[in-house]
Design a protein around this ligand. Structure first.
Ligand SMILES: NC(=O)c1ccc[n+]([C@@H]2O[C@H](COP(=O)([O-])OP(=O)(O)OC[C@H]3O[C@@H](n4cnc5c(N)ncnc54)[C@H](OP(=O)(O)O)[C@@H]3O)[C@@H](O)[C@H]2O)c1
Length: 299
């Protein structure tokens, strides 16, 4: 019997990742046979947004009706959810955890299923407008068989993304994603907090900063790193940096430590860009490496 070129899909979980994948894959022409979530209302709402999908009465019913089951549940629930299902040889199951390998699905593999990972390298905080977010994004794919590998690569392309097969432990890949996305959110929170010191509500500060952030990202896309670096460190304006540190040490010491840490990295980028000479770099390194309160002298 010929292998189906496109698997019939089933989803377990009804959160932002299940929503993004199910809606994008349905638009791309994949058949979503069934989905299941513990919250019946959320499952019904997701099924209604898809052309053919039905809400299944149980996880097992999803697995029974699908060639490929996508487990879009929290990381800590993946193994127990997978182990609660009786898998059959020939079917396939993937999880969406970027930091874990397919070994999380060892029980399903032992039962004869193909197992893998399908991780969208995207931030999806809620189920709204998630579909647009998948276009152009990278999908880490991992598979125990060539057939599943092909299915996952086709799915990534079908939703406008790009598949990436990593043959190494994915922990650093995921740590990199956390730095670039989650830590960026934390950084913007810190930056907007400073506006409260200016007497401007932090929400307004954030709104003011967003065009700057978008411009910076566009610069990184257009000219790359280190060319995209601007500002006092890139220019070697040591006095301006000293003033920043004096004010931050006084008014926001926790922000000062982040500023110093990232500032030291910016010094290396400025040197690589060629806009910061050895003397300016030495003075900035000394300034930014200071631990105690106060800026100390600038030599
Ligand atoms: N969100 C992102 O930005 C993102 C990006 C890339 C990859 N991922 C990965 O994608 C997977 C799902 O992420 P998500 O953000 O969609 O997760 P989530 O919103 O935290 O949970 C997804 C769904 O799982 C079900 N669920 C929750 N706890 C469960 C449990 N203990 N047992 C069984 N089901 C449970 C819930 O649906 P019901 O209550 O209806 O059952 C929930 O809607 C995770 O592996 C995550 O690492 C997330």
């Amino acid at each position: 019997m010929d292998e189906p070129t496109r698997p019939t899909l089933g989803f377990i979980g009804t959160g932002p990742v299940a929503t993004a994948l199910a809606q994008s894959l349905a638009v791309a022409g994949y058949r979503i046979a069934a989905l299941h979530g513990r919250d019946a209302q959320r499952a019904a709402a997701l099924a209604q947004s898809l052309p053919q999908a039905a809400v299944a009465a149980s996880r097992q019913a999803v697995a029974d009706g699908a060639d490929l089951v996508i487990l879009a549940v929290p990381d800590d629930a993946i193994a127990s959810v997978a182990d609660s299902i009786a898998w059959r040889p020939g079917q396939a199951v993937v999880h969406c955890n970027g930091a874990a390998t397919r070994a999380l699905l060892a029980g399903a593999e032992a039962a004869g299923a193909d197992v893998g990972v399908f991780h969208p390298l995207q931030s999806l905080p809620h189920p709204n407008r998630t579909r647009e977010r998948l276009k152009g994004c990278m999908f880490r794919v991992e598979a125990s068989s060539a057939r599943l590998s092909r299915w996952l690569e086709d799915m990534a392309h079908a939703v406008g993304g790009r598949p990436l097969a990593l043959d190494v432990d994915p922990t650093l890949y995921h740590a990199s994603a956390v730095l670039a996305s989650n830590c960026l959110v934390a950084l913007l929170d810190l930056a907007s907090e400073l506006w409260a010191e200016l007497g401007v509500p932090r929400e307004e500060g954030l709104r003011a900063l967003l065009p700057l952030v978008r411009g910076t990202i566009a610069n990184v896309e257009e000219v790359g790193i280190p060319a995209a670096l601007t500002g006092p460190i890139a220019r070697g304006d040591v006095g301006t940096v000293a003033h920043h540190l004096a004010a931050l040490n006084e008014l926001a010491p926790s922000v000062a430590s982040v500023y110093k840490q990232l500032g030291l990295r910016a010094v290396e980028l400025a040197v690589a860009k060629g806009t910061l000479g050895p003397d300016g770099a030495r003075r900035l390194r000394e300034l930014l490496a200071q631990r105690e309160r106060g800026t100390g002298g600038v030599r």
